[in-house]
Every structure is written in C-alpha cells, then in structure tokens.
Design a protein around this ligand. Sequence first.
Ligand code: GNR
Ligand code: NI
Length: 179
Amino acid sequence: MAILPIVEVPDPRLRQISLAVETVDDEVRKLIADMFETMYVAPGIGLAAIQVGVPRRVLVMDLQEPEEEDGEPIRDSRVFINPEILRRSDQEVPYLEGCLSVPDQYADVERPDRIRARWLDEHGKPHEEELDGLLAVCLQHEMDHLEGILFIDHLSRLKREMVLKKLAKMRKERGLRAA
Ligand code: GNR
Ligand code: NI
C-alpha cells in the first residue's frame, strides 16, 4: 500500500471528468487500497480517485469518527465503483462540507437529503440502496468529483471567492513560517 499525494485546487486535474471502470480487477483493487490508506492518514471521510490524480470512477468512504484512544480504529470502509444516482429527494438539507482538495475550508452546501444509488463494490458486485444522512451527503460530494465539480462550486460567487482567499492566505502564512 502507498500514501499518495492529494491533488489540491487550483490543479486542473480536479476539473477532469473521470472515466468508468471497465473491469474491477487487481489493478483497481490496488488503487482502492492506496486510496484508503491515503484517506485514513489525511484524515478524511471520503476520497475520489481523481483526488490522487487517477481519472477513474472509483470512490472510497468511511464515515466512522477517528478513535480517541490509541488502539485499533473501528472501520466501516465502503467502496463505490461507477456510482449512479437513480433518484433524489425534493427535500434538500444544508451540511457543513470540507474537501481534502480545498484544505481546511468549510462551507454549508445544500443537497437532496435522500438518494437512491447504484454502484459496484471492489468485487464487481452490483449494489442498489436508499441512502440518507451523512452517507448521502458524502456520496454526492464524491460523485461531484467524478464530474470535475467541487463543493465550492455550489456556493455563491462571493462565498466561493472568500473561501479561496482564505485558502491563499493560509498557504502564504504557512509558507512564510516554513521559510
Ligand atoms: O473528509 C471529508 N469530509 C467531508 C465533510 C463533509 C462533507 C463531505 C466531506 S468529504 C471530505 C473528503 C473529500 O474531500 N472527499 O472528496
Ligand atoms: Ni472532496
């Protein structure tokens, strides 16, 4: 397994549209293993392959809070290959989102609160389920990455520019401290 570097804004790779996985083989499973390792050390609750520079329709997710004490973390790892949303609720809810590709920035995003989704797991087996809560929020956030969309794209232009300005300021301060 390997920890891969995470692609951050404004890298144009984040705007690429990811391609469907044709066959769920060992190469895909190797990518998934690397994505989990990368996500757990980041740490994050989800990761799309394009965030490690691979334009394929592969997502990993684990909504489990990190363990407080040292010891084996409880894991609830989920894999979504070629995910599709079959139905969205009319009802939308706001959720304070963040993204590993827009580090340390958070903003409320409104999304449908229930979705019906279909995907393949790491064995190529199809799944179809009704999802809600954080799982629905996170899957929609990750699926946006497959289309080159970031959570900041859902904000007003003013709010998006505020987030990007704060990110630039943080990077500048960190850069100066390191120098
Ligand atoms: O770690 C993450 N947290 C998060 C919080 C609220 C809504 C979505 C997310 S996903 C994010 C990791 C990430 O960037 N995935 O693409
Ligand atoms: Ni993200």
